[in-house]
Design a protein around this ligand. Structure first.
Ligand SMILES: [Zn+2]
Length: 424
């Protein structure tokens, strides 16, 4: 064989081995690894997660008691953190993801017809709904979407995207909003979530790769927005359907499960999109494993249900751990009328009044950022910036004469006044 022929054969072999372009294997989710990291940083989280599991397990016996008849709407803020124009997702694309969440959590998804008949009786409307926030944490009108440009090319599951100072966007009050960050995640990662009580309040939310966000997304196999459906499931406390036990079966020494009663035991995660009944080492039943559950790892077009048991789990966690979301005003349009503003700051109190020396302004939990004192003629005597979140501020009247003063109290968008009488 000539030298050139040999070269040709070697070249052909290289082409055969390296030539065909294999689709990159994406990593569906790193929420469990993330949880382990959080526990390592703050060991007290381990106990809280144990409580969470117990809460789920206990809820399963009382499904009817736990489930709610009325829908609960969760205000959502989507933080779009972009470096390129492709990453700066449109309002329509963001809205399409909210639509997906509302369909999937209501079991109004078009592909619910693909749920196998053996699972139909337990497929559930979770009664959880979602809105894009209509007001920000200060009560100002909002689209529920924030846009922040960044110099960071790729984020990972280290939470940098959740801090403006690290190239991301700061969280909105997690007691009032579900925070979703959308960015360019590296390491082939589609998304990750913080479990309820599974991390710090400043990082509580989910992070989604921008190509897998919304419908249609642009990432092959993940175009239907189910990455977010899955990650929000974790945010409500749901575990992966197979229990993250490395293939072991429930009831064995190493075996774990998702603590949900009606999801069948399953050895490990499912990739791609199988068809028909699939059985495995832990499940040889007629219905097989539930690889079409949103909490498995199958492709977006393969998933189509949450179960009654998962609904009960999410509802009980919502009632116990995330209950402030139920009374959040995030879905209600902002109001700007003066009357409403004064009512909003009604908790602010001044005492003693009349005073001879000092008076304390109790902010009543309102996010006050500025107070100013005016005399009878409307002349401003002084003004002070207050740290937002401070409980109160004390005013010194020792250098002021007797008389009637007006205190103006400002939050970011609201203002109220209090009369103060000084009498020495
Ligand atoms: Zn997951």
């Amino acid at each position: 064989m000539s030298h050139t022929s040999k070269t040709r054969i070697i070249l052909a072999m290289i082409l055969l081995i390296g030539g065909p372009s294999f689709a990159q294997q994406m990593k569906r989710c790193s929420s469990m690894e993330y949880l382990k990291d959080q526990i390592q940083k703050d060991p007290s989280i381990a106990e809280k997660i144990k409580d969470l599991r117990n809460l789920i397990a206990n809820s399963q016996a009382n499904q009817r008691l736990e489930q709610s008849n009325a829908n609960i709407t969760i205000p959502v803020v989507v933080h779009v953190v972009y470096k390129t124009t492709a990453q700066k997702l449109s309002v329509a694309r963001v809205q399409s993801q909210i639509d997906v969440l509302n369909e999937d959590y209501a079991r109004l998804n078009a592909d619910r017809v693909n749920t196998p008949s053996g699972f139909l009786s337990i497929a559930a409307d979770t009664k959880i709904r979602f809105c894009l926030a209509q007001r920000d944490p200060y009560g100002r009108p909002s689209t529920g979407i924030t846009y922040d440009s960044t110099t960071v090319a790729t984020f990972i599951d280290d939470d940098k995207v959740k801090f403006h100072s690290l190239g991301g966007a700061d969280i909105w009050d997690r007691n009032q909003y579900l925070n979703i960050w959308v960015c360019n995640l590296g390491s082939s990662l589609l998304g990750y979530s913080q479990f309820p009580n599974g991390g710090q309040p400043t990082t509580d939310g989910v992070v989604i790769l921008y190509t897998a966000f919304g419908r249609p997304g642009t990432l092959t196999d993940y175009t239907l927005g189910r990455t977010t459906t899955h990650e929000v499931g974790h945010w409500f406390g749901l575990y992966h359907i197979w229990g993250d036990d490395g293939g072991a079966c429930a009831g064995t020494a190493q075996g774990g499960d998702d603590a949900v009663a009606d999801t069948p035991d399953q050895a490990d995660q499912t990739f791609g999109c199988p068809s028909g009944v699939v059985t495995d080492a832990c499940n040889n039943t007629a219905n097989g494993i539930m690889y079409m559950n949103y909490m498995d790892y199958t492709n977006d077009n393969c998933m189509n249900l949450f179960t009654q048991g998962q609904t009960t789990a999410m509802t009980s966690i919502l009632n116990a751990v995330r209950k402030t979301l139920k009374t959040s005003k995030g879905c209600t349009p902002a109001v700007t009328g003066m009357e409403e503003q004064a009512i909003a700051l009604a908790a602010v109190q001044v005492f003693p009044n009349p005073t001879s020396e000092t008076a304390t302004v109790d902010f009543g939990g309102e996010p006050i950022h500025e107070i100013a004192l005016y005399d009878l003629l409307g002349k401003r005597i002084w003004m002070k910036q207050v740290t937002v979140g401070a409980p109160n501020e004390t005013i010194d009247f020792s250098n002021l004469g007797d008389g009637l003063y007006t205190l103006q109290i400002n939050s970011a968008d609201k203002q109220t006044h209090r009369k103060i009488v000084v009498k020495k």
